[in-house]
Design a protein around this ligand. Structure first.
Ligand code: COA
Length: 325
C-alpha cells in the first residue's frame, strides 16, 4: 500500500508542513522523508532551535525548509488574508498576528496560501487544536456540510494478503445526525477505495434490522436509507450489530439477505464514543495497524497525529497525507 503511494509521490513530490518542527519524532520522520526524496518536508519553528533539536537527536535534516512564524517574509500578507477570512468573527490584525505565531495556525495558513500542499500536526497539539484552524481557514469542500474522519486499519492475514478496513467517524463529530452519518459513510467509503478497499458499508448499532429498539437504532436505520439514496451503487446495510456485519455465520442467522452483512469492511459508528473506542479495540486487541484520523471533506489535506505517536507513524501519516494532495 505504501509503496504505491510512494511511487505516486515520486512523480510529483508534494510539500508537507509539520507544525511541530522541534519534536524529535517529527525530525526523525523528516530525515527519513528527505532521504527518500519523494516528499518535501517544511518544518515550522525557529531555525536555530530546529537545527539544534535535530543535532541533539542525531537526525540529518539537510534540505528541509524551516519556516519561522516569528520571522518570515510573508507574515503581513498572511495577517491580511487571515483577517479577511475571519472578518465575520471580528478578527483584528493584532489578534491575527498573535494567533499566527502558533505553528498550527501558521502552518494551516501556509496551505491556504499555496506555500505547502498538505499539513501534518498533532504530535503535541490536541486533535481539537490541530483540526480547529483547518475548520476555520480551509473549510469544507463544495457540496459538503461537515468535515469528518476515518481510520484505515491494516492487518496481515494468514493468506499473506493484508486485511484492510475503514472506520469512521472516530475522531471529529461527537454526535452526528442521520444526515451527517450518511455524508460520513460516502466519504469513508471513498477514502477506503484509495487504500484498495472495495467498500461494503455497515451502519453499526446494538440492533440488527429491527431486533432492538431505541433512538440510536432509528438514527442508524435512517442514515443507511439516506446513504442508499445518496450513493445508489454503494453496497450498504444497517442497522447491524458488529458480529452480523463481519461474521458470515451470524449474518446467515440474523440477516441472510443482506448485501453487506458477514462481509462488511467499512464501518460507520453512531457517535465518536463508539467509534473511538471501536478502532482502538481493533488496534490494541485485534492487532491491526491504525492509520488516521484521516480528515475527510476538507478543502486541502490536513491530518492529525496522536500525541502518543512514534516516528514511524509520523512517516506513514506524512505519506498518506501528501498522497491525498
Ligand atoms: C472538531 C472540534 C474540535 C470542533 O470544535 P470547536 O472548535 O469547539 O468547534 P466550534 O463549534 O467552535 O467551531 C469552530 C469552527 O469550526 C466549524 N466546525 C466545527 N465542527 C465542524 C465540522 N465537523 N465540520 C465542519 N466545520 C466544523 C464551525 O462551523 C466553526 O466555524 P467558524 O468559526 O468559521 O464559524 C470538536 O468537534 C471536537 O473537539 N471534536 C472531538 C475531537 C476529539 O477530541 N477527538 C478524539 C481524539 S482523536
Amino acid at each position: 500500500m505504501f509503496q504505491q503511494l510512494i511511487e505516486m509521490l515520486r512523480k510529483d513530490p508534494k510539500r508537507i508542513v509539520f507544525t511541530e518542527g522541534t519534536d524529535p519524532r517529527i525530525l526523525e520522520a523528516a530525515s527519513r522523508l528527505l532521504a527518500g526524496t519523494f516528499l518535501k518536508p517544511i518544518l515550522i519553528g525557529n531555525p536555530d532551535e530546529v537545527q539544534k533539536a535535530a543535532e541533539d537527536a542525531g537526525y540529518n535534516i539537510r534540505g528541509a525548509e524551516i519556516v519561522d512564524p516569528a520571522n518570515n517574509a510573508y507574515m503581513d500578507e498572511m495577517v491580511e488574508l487571515f483577517c479577511e477570512l475571519r472578518k465575520s468573527k471580528g478578527m483584528t490584525p493584532e489578534e491575527a498576528r498573535r494567533t499566527l505565531l502558533q505553528g498550527n495556525y501558521f502552518g494551516t495558513m501556509m496551505v491556504k496560501m499555496g506555500k505547502a500542499d498538505a499539513l501534518l500536526g498533532g504530535a503535541t497539539y490536541s486533535t481539537a487544536d490541530t483540526v480547529r484552524p483547518a475548520l476555520q481557514i480551509i473549510k469544507t469542500k463544495p457540496g459538503h456540510t461537515i468535515v469528518s474522519s476515518c481510520f484505515i486499519l491494516v492487518r496481515p492475514s494468514a493468506t499473506g494478503e493484508n486485511e484492510v478496513l475503514a472506520m469512521g467517524d472516530c475522531a471529529i463529530n461527537i454526535k452526528p445526525t442521520a444526515e451527517e452519518l450518511s455524508e460520513i459513510a460516502v466519504e469513508v467509503a471513498e477514502c477506503g477505495r484509495i487504500f484498495g478497499i472495495d467498500p461494503k458499508v455497515a451502519f453499526l448499532s446494538y440492533s440488527t434490522l429491527g431486533s432492538g429498539k431505541g433512538e440510536d437504532v432509528e438514527k442508524m436505520r435512517r442514515a443507511m436509507e439516506l446513504t442508499r439514496d445518496r450513493a445508489p451503487g454503494l453496497p450498504v446495510d444497517g442497522e447491524l450489530q458488529f458480529d452480523a456485519a463481519v461474521s458470515p455465520r451470524v449474518a446467515q442467522t440474523k440477516c441472510k439477505d443482506s448485501p453487506v452483512a458477514g462481509h462488511a469492511n467499512t464501518f460507520i459508528f453512531p457517535d465518536i464514543n463508539a467509534g473511538n473506542i471501536g478502532y482502538k479495540i481493533a488496534q490494541r486487541l485485534g492487532k491491526f495497524d491504525a492509520y488516521g484520523p484521516i480528515l475527510l471533506g476538507l478543502n486541502a489535506p490536513i491530518n492529525d497525529l496522536s500525541r502518543g505517536c512514534n516516528a514511524l507513524e509520523v512517516y506513514s501519516m506524512a505519506i498518506i497525507t501528501a498522497a491525498l494532495a
